[in-house]
Design a protein. Structure first.
Lengths: 301, 243
């Protein structure tokens, strides 16, 4: 029971990081980006690629399975993932946004996600990969609850990122513009703000968070080209549960989805675990389509 | 006549190039002048201010401010062109606080200057001070209008464009809003205002343009138009004959 709680929080925090980026881009660009989950895969594999170079210089730190090389690789992966997001937006979404209807953009994101997944498959192959083959010893926190040091790190990092992002959105001009953009893009322009810049930063932040989520997933589970595909539904469930555009909601949504997944295994066969986010998604859309916290796009029609 | 602050010359504009809403409309506003645009529903009044703001594309004709060409201006450069625009609906961010709304309006200014002018806005509009940390959705229609105007004035524009500032307000509020606009003009700000409320518009403004079906119909000093029977005719729809 306690173990399911710990596992749920771990999975939930990774889902939350991915869902934050999804909820931001969905709230601001107003389309369901099915390629967002692929940014997670891309980030995870970019870190793996960079690690092949940086990893030879230093070993792991303390009780963790990783050291400075992976941290450095994650930062570089975040930059590369942001670059991918900006390139995709420039080449695919932006031209389509101005010339076609909403659904075309949504379907194009399906295409992009397939393309990205296949590129990863081509470069890295289909078998499971790991950042480290170090054996990690689980720490026993209390009877019936054992956690890996890496898992604690994942939780801590997620917490730090969420708090930092909260301050960014509340206190900075750019953060304020992003929240405003989710409500009324024309009024943001009337206020003298170039929305294209704000959109670009939204992609950068969303993609960087996705890369971090990817690395954390790769670190605590394993790397496979299907990571994104498997996280897609949980991400959407979390973002919609929390209310599209609502960062805090995405975090809570991620935790709920993660916990529901891990607790479900206690009651139903593990094979049905994947269906849990889908059920949550259906339930939210049926009962409270605007999500638990309503989302940011209140006043705009 | 002195050179106009805003000169709109013969513009054709619409959301789609094949479906123009404005067919060669011309309007001019001089420094510190209050000009109203009136006309029946569908005359293209709102489209006109949106086209000047760069929200609706202009396919022919020109817009210039103080002599420089700002046709199809990128909307976020309005402030740079000394124009401020208050839309009719959704003119404040309801999910943001009053303070955040004003901060956004000051985002083209330096932080220090922005803070100074926001503080000035609170002095000028005490009602905003009272609600500064509340979400704008708690404000009434009139208070939202006040916030939107206060926001627009932060950049110290030479021309303020308002789209139906009296819409949805009580008669008492309407006269209050108009009085405030009038006193703004006396400080040197020019105003271009779209209005449904014909009587009030003619009473308060210096000059008025009557649009119908996306075309200029009549214009002149408001005091003269107030007694013009043609204005009423256009509103009753008989003006549609002459195309």
């Amino acid at each position: 029971m306690l173990q399911a709680l710990a596992d749920g929080i771990l999975t939930g925090s990774i889902i939350a990081l991915g869902a934050i980026g999804l909820t931001l881009t969905m709230g601001i660009l107003r389309f369901a980006n099915f390629a967002h989950a692929e940014l997670i895969t891309w980030g995870a594999y970019m870190a793996l690629g960079v690690l092949a170079i940086t990893g030879v210089f230093a070993g792991p730190i303390g009780p963790f399975s990783f050291g400075l090389p992976l941290i450095l690789a994650t930062l570089i992966a975040a930059v590369l993932t942001a670059a991918l997001a900006l390139v995709v937006d420039y080449l695919v979404f932006r031209p389509l946004r101005s010339h076609t209807n909403h659904m075309t953009v949504v379907f194009s994101s399906f295409g992009v996600s397939l393309l990205v997944r296949m590129v990863i498959l081509l470069i890295f192959g289909g078998s499971a990969e790991y950042y480290s083959d170090e054996l990690q010893i689980a720490v026993r926190l209390m009877p019936g609850l054992r956690v890996m040091p890496d898992h604690l790190f994942t939780l801590g990092l997620t917490l730090v990122i969420v708090i930092a992002l909260h301050f960014f959105l509340q206190r900075t001009r750019l953060g304020l513009s992003m929240r405003a953009l989710a409500e009324n893009p024309d009024l943001v322009r009337i206020n003298g703000i170039d929305t294209r810049t704000v959109v670009r930063w939204t992609w950068i932040i969303g993609a960087a968070l996705a890369a971090v989520a990817g690395v954390l997933y790769g670190m605590t589970v394993q790397l496979r080209p299907e990571i994104g595909f498997q996280l897609l539904l949980p991400l959407f469930a979390a973002a919609i549960l929390g209310g599209v555009g609502n960062v805090f909601g995405a975090v809570v949504g991620g935790l709920i989805v993660g916990l529901a997944e891990s607790f479900s295994v206690l009651f139903i066969p593990a094979g049905y675990k994947m269906a849990v986010p889908f059920i949550i998604l259906l339930a939210v859309l049926y009962v409270r389509p605007s999500g638990l916290f309503g989302g940011m796009r209140g006043g705009a029609k | 006549m002195t050179t106009a602050l805003l000169q709109v010359s013969d513009i054709t504009a619409g959301y789609r190039p094949d479906l123009p809403i404005l067919h060669g409309v011309s309007v001019s506003v001089s420094e510190a002048e209050m000009v109203t645009i009136i006309g029946p529903n569908g005359a293209g009044k709102s489209t006109l201010v949106k086209a000047i703001s760069g929200l609706v594309p202009i396919s022919s004709g020109t817009v210039s401010v103080a002599g420089s060409n700002v046709t199809n201006l990128l909307t976020h450069k309005l402030a740079t062109a000394s124009i401020a625009y208050v839309p009719q609906t959704a003119n404040v961010f309801t999910t943001l606080t009053i303070d955040e709304n004003l901060k956004l309006g000051a985002s083209t200014l330096s932080k220090a200057e922005g803070a100074r002018r926001v503080a000035m806005a609170y002095d000028n509009f005490p009602v905003l001070q009272k609600y500064r940390s509340h979400k704008a959705k708690v404000l009434s229609g009139g208070q939202r209008q006040t916030l939107a105007v206060a926001r627009a004035l932060l950049t110290e524009p030479r021309l303020l464009m308002l789209d139906e500032p009296s819409a949805g307000l009580s008669p008492l509020m309407v006269s209050e809003v108009f009085e405030r606009l009038k006193s703004l003009v006396s400080t040197g700000v020019a105003i271009l205002m779209v209005e449904q409320n014909v009587k009030a518009a003619l009473a308060i403004s210096d000059r008025t343009y009557v649009l119908a079906e996306g075309r200029n119909r009549i214009d002149g000093p408001s005091s003269e138009l107030a007694g013009d029977s043609q204005v009423a005719t256009i509103y009753l729809g008989a003006g549609g004959r002459k195309r």
